[in-house]
Design a binder for this molecule. Structure first.
Ligand code: NAD
Length: 397
């Protein structure tokens, strides 16, 4: 079995991952840059998986460092060293791979310093806040000596692993014609410095959060976007939020339509003033329909559940099947997706293969996201070739 990933149903993948947990002292050594909410999730997942060791951390905020050290309190012999600067992290010859988990607007600057090491890199999504920076990253990645993995980890949620398996590996629904994705969720959480309340730090809501969904839509359509139209805005969240005299300007709802080069049509619905989290992907082909969904919650004690339906005669999931990962994996963060994303990085560091996002795939998710932000701002349909040309961004082959 090649367990990574889309050729394998989620239950087989979970069983394999749990059986192959290791002794992290003998695996690759990682350094995490930025140990806020997401950097600490990677710390926890690294400990749960046990296939790599977090050798060092760097963060410009001492509270984040303190919280990260607290995460490691139960492994006193294995607490990561704290670098005093990014340069000190770069100079540590014992590091086998870096994970960039700083806020979006800093990704390019941190990336630029880390590529000088030539070492493997993991970059949290979105890869950048501007398409021009993302394109520069793609250009650098094309002849970079180490692997570069993008943090589009929703593709590792159980329901999307199974959807991809049904649609692409097994071709149950024939050729894909329409893709409909939606997310209903509560408002953005607090962040260090509240960077996610401002478009100039996050790139905008559709960039910050929804690049995940555009990545999934791009994969399901198996094509690149040619046209994007979006409506949406600020209806409920953070309308009075202010920091140091600056008012929040982020959107909290949107409808986005995408036309792909191969004729596939897709839409995405975002609502960020819901009580609970609900995600749904509906992919329809000439011979049937796949529905992948997840219920989750920010409230304690409410577990997440993932389901899939494959509406094709005789399919075992015709009437629906629960595909939730085992509890230890689900609870490790983002319904287990971070666990498998981390596993993909470590597997690639060890020389194996994984269906993890590449810089070019990260770039295309940002193309849809930034085009959708542009359409929200102008009210116009955005044609991708013109949009990129206006910014001097050449589309990768
Ligand atoms: N893959 C996912 O599902 C997912 C989920 C949440 C966040 N993220 C991404 O992870 C990244 C971090 O988000 P977060 O939620 O952890 O934010 P956060 O605010 O909780 O943490 C960011 C941390 O980076 C530190 N930092 C800022 N600039 C730095 C710099 N130049 N050098 C070193 N440290 C720096 C901050 O002090 C803070 O501790 C963002 O890009 C975000 O979009 C991804």
């Amino acid at each position: 079995m090649n367990p990574l990933f889309f050729s394998t149903p989620s239950r087989d993948l979970a069983a394999w991952a749990l059986n192959s947990r290791g002794d992290r002292c003998s695996g690759p050594n990682l350094a995490i840059i930025g140990v806020g909410m997401m950097g600490r999730e990677h710390l926890r997942v690294a400990a749960l998986l046990g296939r790599a060791r977090v050798r060092g951390i760097y963060d410009s905020n001492t509270d984040s460092i303190r919280l990260a050290q607290r995460e490691c309190a139960d492994q006193p012999k294995d607490v990561p060293r704290v670098y005093g600067s990014l340069e000190a992290a770069c100079a540590d010859t014992g590091v086998d791979g870096f994970m960039i988990c700083t806020p979006n607007a800093s990704h390019w600057a941190v990336f630029e310093r880390l590529v000088a090491t030539g070492k493997p890199l993991f970059i949290e999504k979105p890869m950048a806040t501007s398409l021009a920076d993302a394109r520069r990253m793609v250009a650098i990645a094309s002849d970079y000596p180490g692997l570069i993995q993008l943090g589009m980890q929703y593709r590792f949620k159980a329901q999307y692993i199974d959807a991809f398996h049904a649609i692409k590996a097994s071709r149950w629904i024939g050729s894909v014609r329409t893709v409909a994705m939606s997310e209903y969720r509560p408002p953005f959480l607090d962040k260090v410095g509240q960077w996610n309340k401002f478009n100039r730090y996050s790139g905008g809501t559709l960039v910050e959060k929804c690049c995940h969904y555009f990545d999934l839509m791009n994969m399901m359509a198996d094509s690149t976007p040619v046209k994007v139209y979006a409506q949406g805005g600020r209806a409920v969240n953070f309308l009075d939020f202010e920091l140091a005299g600056e008012r929040s300007d982020i959107d909290d709802h949107a409808f986005v339509c995408v036309t792909y080069g191969n004729g596939t049509l897709a839409n995405f619905t975002l609502n960020m003033f819901s009580q609970e989290l609900y995600e749904e992907l509906v992919v329809t082909g000439a011979e049937g329909r796949v529905v992948a969904s997840e219920h989750a919650s920010f409230r304690r004690g409410i577990p997440s559940t993932a389901h899939i339906k494959v509406e094709v005669a005789d399919h075992p999931a015709y009437r629906g099947l629960e595909v939730t990962y085992p509890d230890t994996i689900e609870r490790s963060g983002h319904s287990g997706a971070t666990f498998f994303e981390h596993l993909a990085f470590v597997t690639q560091l060890e020389g194996g293969g994984a269906d993890a996002a590449t810089p070019i795939q990260g770039f295309w998710s940002l193309v849809v996201a930034t085009a959708a932000q542009e359409s929200l701002a102008t009210g116009e349909v955005v044609f991708i070739d013109e949009f990129c040309a206006r910014q001097g961004v050449a589309l990768p082959a």
